[in-house]
Write a protein that binds this ligand. Structure first.
Ligand code: AHR
Length: 522
């Protein structure tokens, strides 16, 4: 077994006053990564984002308009585009959420003034429809992401979805395709993923699963993609509206009633951060008990994915249908003084830990979980980016997504470890969460989250089948349990470089409390 030494300074332990703690005897966690037994591919689509017409998620966060003094390209803010390009966003789910089942796409196209409507779900505010299909596709091309369009099932008809697809994908000279050309887009767009309804058990129509399955089959029949380039591997994937949390009957019924039909994915929505609705945990200014409780809720994702997958296995043993966790993340109390309908919350180091452990769960279920979308990309719930006018700040969650970029389309590697437990306030959690992958660059990456916010974690890493000489990467730590980045202090929680070379034949990593670390082995 090789061992490496990492200095306390590199880890930020000295800077954060944890040197004494780090020197105290803490049990060493033996970690074995088996590079000889690669598992399933980790789809890059699990790093997808969700952007709904909600609060300032789109208006203000993405779209500022062509005449805005905020630097923009065709109305889309340049700072946000640059930040999103850096995390290689694979896909963006749009326009909702609950908004999608009241959205009528025709109102969001055209060069003239567009109809002004109401956003009845989210604050009852005006929806100007200035950001519509063409602006969404422009945004995607600027950040290099695939499209994930959510079709209106709840308050619309298969015809509306069919016509939207014709507008977006037809190359023939139909009136709808000609309209797209007149709007500046001669070539068909790629519609990579089509969501057929959203939360059809709730805001998307309050349907029974039996009724929804009927709707799915009808909508799916007419949801045709005409883009001549979207054939074979590039064909449009159809995703059915899935269960809320542990509604296993929904999964059972929809899987049963759509057998043999065109269904490529079934969604699952699970928000963490609270045990009982409504969300009540503060996004910052919380204590250790609140920290532990929130992380506990997030770890439930593993149980949910396991049980929904087991039901899917009954109907789809070959795992052709993906489990698409297209809404996940921490839903916390909205910031005081903000519109409660805007779901604006701060984002702390706790969210970074939550994101990392959730991503690790997805990698462990990579054979079935082939797409996921954190809610939401900008200014809403567990966001990557917060904006206010011309100001922008990157959240701790953003930094986690950036550290995981090499995991996109990597291959899962099994890891064994026992780090023991961390207990506080009646809550017991695993002390660490560790995952590994072999990336497309040929390197092995290991992600280690120290869940314990009070003790460093010492890891003794052994990579079977690999003659590694060094390790390098980044570690995300924070001065306080609830540290956040603000417009005034944007660099409180940012990753720091970490590297190690072989010493005494061992690789030893000492990781700060409540930290997320991703290293590659060379
Ligand atoms: O992400 C916010 C909302 O949460 C979405 O609109 C809805 O699908 C879910 O209930």
């Amino acid at each position: 077994m090789r061992h490496y030494a990492v200095s306390l300074t590199a880890l930020g332990l000295v800077a954060f006053g944890w040197a004494a703690m780090a020197n105290a005897a803490t049990p060493v966690t033996q970690v074995t990564v088996d590079t000889t037994k690669p598992g399933a591919p980790i789809s890059r689509q699990i790093f997808g984002q969700f952007a709904e017409h909600l609060g300032t998620g789109v208006y203000g966060g993405i779209w500022v308009g062509k005449d805005s003094p905020i630097p923009n390209t065709r109305g889309i803010r340049n700072d946000v585009v640059a930040a999103l390009k850096a995390i290689k966003v694979p896909n963006v789910r749009w326009p909702g959420g609950c908004f999608a089942d009241e959205y009528h796409w025709e109102k969001g196209i055209g060069k003239g003034p567009r109809p002004v409507t109401l956003n009845s779900n989210w604050g009852g505010v005006i929806e100007p429809n200035t950001f519509g299909t063409d602006e969404y596709m422009d945004f995607l091309s600027q950040i290099g992401a695939a499209s994930y369009v959510s079709a209106n099932v709840g308050s619309s008809t298969p015809r509306e979805t069919a016509e939207w697809l014709e507008y977006m994908t037809s190359e023939k000279e139909t009136s709808l395709a000609m309209a797209r050309r007149e709007n500046g887009h001669p070539a068909p767009y790629a519609v990579n993923f089509l969501g057929i309804g959203n939360e059809s058990w709730g805001c998307g129509g309050n349907m029974t699963p039996e009724h929804y399955a009927d709707e799915y089959r009808a909508f799916s029949t007419y949801a045709k993609n005409y883009n001549p380039e979207q054939t074979g591997d590039k064909r449009m994937m159809k995703i059915a509206s899935g269960a809320n949390v542990d509604d296993y009957n929904w999964t059972e019924t929809v899987m049963k009633d759509t057998q043999g039909k065109e269904i490529d994915g079934l969604s699952l929505h699970f928000y963490s951060g609270f045990e009982n609705w409504p969300p009540y945990q503060p996004a910052s200014g919380f204590d250790e008990t609140e920290y532990a409780k929130v992380i506990k809720t997030a770890l439930r994702m593993d149980e949910l994915v396991t049980k929904h997958s087991a039901i899917m296995d009954k109907y789809d043993p070959q795992k052709k249908v993906a489990l698409v966790v297209d809404e996940w993340g921490a839903w916390l109390k909205n910031e005081p003084g903000t519109n409660p309908g805007f779901l604006f919350q701060q984002n702390s180091q706790r969210d970074a830990v939550l994101a990392a452990v959730t991503i690790n769960i997805f990698t462990r279920h990579a054979d079935r979980v082939r797409m996921a979308n954190i809610a939401q990309m900008i200014n809403v719930l567990q966001a990557m980016i917060l904006t206010d006018g011309d100001k922008m700040v990157l959240t701790p969650t953003y930094h986690v997504f950036k550290m995981y970029v090499p995991w996109q389309d990597a291959t899962f590697l099994p890891v064994t470890y026992d780090a023991g437990t961390y207990s506080h306030g009646g809550v017991t959690l695993p002390r660490a969460d560790i995952a590994a992958a072999k990336a497309k660059d040929g390197k092995v990456y290991v992600s280690i989250t120290n869940i314990d916010p009070t003790q460093p974690l010492e890891v003794d890493l052994d990579a079977l089948g690999l003659k590694a000489k060094s390790a390098s990467g980044q570690t995300l730590t924070a001065p306080k349990i609830d540290s956040i980045n603000t417009f005034d202090k944007p660099n409180t929680v940012v990753p720091k470089a970490i590297s190690a070379t072989a010493e005494g034949g061992k690789l030893v990593l000492k990781l700060a409390p409540e930290s997320v670390t991703v290293v590659s082995l060379d």
